[in-house]
Design a protein around this ligand. Structure first.
Ligand code: VAH
Length: 315
C-alpha cells in the first residue's frame, strides 16, 4: 500500500485551510504538509508539518519535492480576481509561473496526482450566461480569468503530452466561515453574514440583480476530494470541470438572511470595480460532466448554507 505524501501549496488561503484539515483526517497529519509564504494559522500549525514555500522560487520547491517525494500536490496559491486587477503582473506571474513550476516538478518527481483550481472566471462577457456549458466561448476579461484559462490549457497539455494525472475544478464563488476570504469578487456573500450579525445591515459592492454561481465550502472540499479519489479512467475533462452549487443575487441572499434576522437591511454601494468583473461572469453553470463522470452532487442549497453560516459565525 503506497503511503500518500501530500503537499498543499497555499495552505493558509480560504480553500487551503479547510482542505488541509480534511486531507489530514483521511491521510493522517504527518502525511499532509501545509505550505505557504505566510505564517501558518493556529489550527494548521498545531496539527501537522508546515513549510514556508513561495511557489515562484524553483529551488525551494525542488528542495521540498526532494524532501517529501509527494504522491499528491494541491496548488492553491493564487491572486484572486479583485486583487489581481490591482496587481496584474504579480497575478499573472504567481498564477501562471506557479503552475508551470509545479507541473514541471510533478513530471520530474513522478508525482501521481496534481490538483489545481480553476474558476468560473474563465468565462467572459460573450460566454453563455445561463447554465454555462463545459465547452463554449471563453473570453475572460480579468487577469485572474486569463491566467486560469491559460492554466487549464497547460494542465490538459501536460496530461496529453506527459500523461500527468492533473485534475481541476472551475470553482464558483466559495462561501465559508473558517478562513477569511482573499480578494475575490464573490466575497460580498461572506462579508454579508459577518455584518448581518455584527450590525444588522450590509452595504453590498455588487448590485441587487447580480446573480452569480456560488457554493458552500463544505461542498467544494467534498467535491475536490471526490474528484481526486475518482478512478483516472472516469475523468474525461483534463482542462477543468464546470462545478455548480447554487446561484443567487444579493437581494435573494438578503431575503434568506431575513428568515433568521428579520430586520436585516441590505444597501448598495455604487461604482465598485468588482461590479464590472461580476458582469462578465455567468449567472449559472451546467456541471453535467462532473455529475456523470464522478457523481458530483451538491448538498448545500441557499437555506442550508445560510443556516450553517449564521450558526457557526454566532459561536
Ligand atoms: C473570486 N472567489 O471572486 C473567487 C472566485 C468565481 C470567483 O474565483 O475571484
Amino acid at each position: 500500500m503506497m503511503i500518500e505524501k501530500i503537499l498543499v501549496l497555499g495552505s493558509n488561503g480560504q480553500i487551503g485551510t479547510e482542505l488541509v484539515t480534511a486531507l489530514r483526517k483521511t491521510y493522517s497529519e504527518d502525511n499532509v504538509i501545509a505550505c505557504d509564504i505566510r505564517r501558518p494559522d493556529y489550527d494548521i500549525k498545531n496539527s501537522g508539518p508546515f513549510e514556508f514555500v513561495n511557489v515562484l522560487e524553483k529551488e525551494t520547491l525542488n528542495t521540498i519535492f526532494q524532501k517529501y517525494k509527494p504522491t499528491q500536490v494541491y496548488l492553491l496559491a493564487a491572486l484572486l480576481s479583485a486583487t489581481g486587477e490591482q496587481n496584474p503582473k504579480l497575478a499573472w506571474d504567481l498564477n501562471m509561473n506557479g503552475l508551470l513550476n509545479i507541473l514541471e516538478l510533478a513530471i520530474t518527481y513522478k508525482t501521481a496526482k496534481v490538483y489545481w483550481p480553476s474558476s468560473i472566471a474563465v468565462f467572459g462577457p460573450n460566454s453563455p450566461k445561463d447554465q454555462t456549458p463545459q465547452f463554449c466561448v471563453m473570453d475572460p476579461n480579468t487577469v485572474y480569468g486569463i491566467s486560469k484559462l491559460a492554466g487549464e490549457r497547460w494542465c490538459e497539455y501536460y496530461h496529453q503530452k506527459y500523461g500527468l494525472d492533473v485534475r481541476s475544478i472551475r470553482y464558483p464563488g466559495l462561501i465559508s466561515w473558517k478562513a477569511a476570504p482573499g480578494g475575490g469578487t464573490t466575497d460580498y456573500a461572506i462579508h454579508i453574514f459577518h455584518d448581518a450579525l455584527k450590525k444588522g445591515s450590509y452595504a453590498s459592492f455588487l448590485n441587487a440583480a447580480t446573480e452569480l454561481p456560488m457554493m458552500y465550502m463544505d461542498d467544494a472540499i467534498r467535491g475536490t476530494i471526490e474528484l481526486m479519489d475518482a478512478e483516472a479512467g472516469k475523468i474525461s475533462i483534463r482542462s477543468s470541470y464546470n462545478f455548480a452549487g447554487v446561484s443567487f443575487t444579493p437581494e435573494i441572499l438578503a431575503a434568506e438572511i431575513r428568515k433568521h434576522i428579520p430586520d436585516f437591511k441590505l444597501t448598495y454601494t455604487a461604482n465598485d470595480p468588482r461590479q464590472h468583473i461580476a458582469d462578465g461572469w455567468p449567472r449559472s453553470i451546467d456541471d453535467s460532466y462532473a455529475a456523470s463522470d464522478w457523481n458530483w452532487k451538491p448538498e448545500f442549497d441557499l437555506a442550508k448554507l445560510t443556516t450553517d453560516m449564521l450558526k457557526n459565525l454566532k459561536k
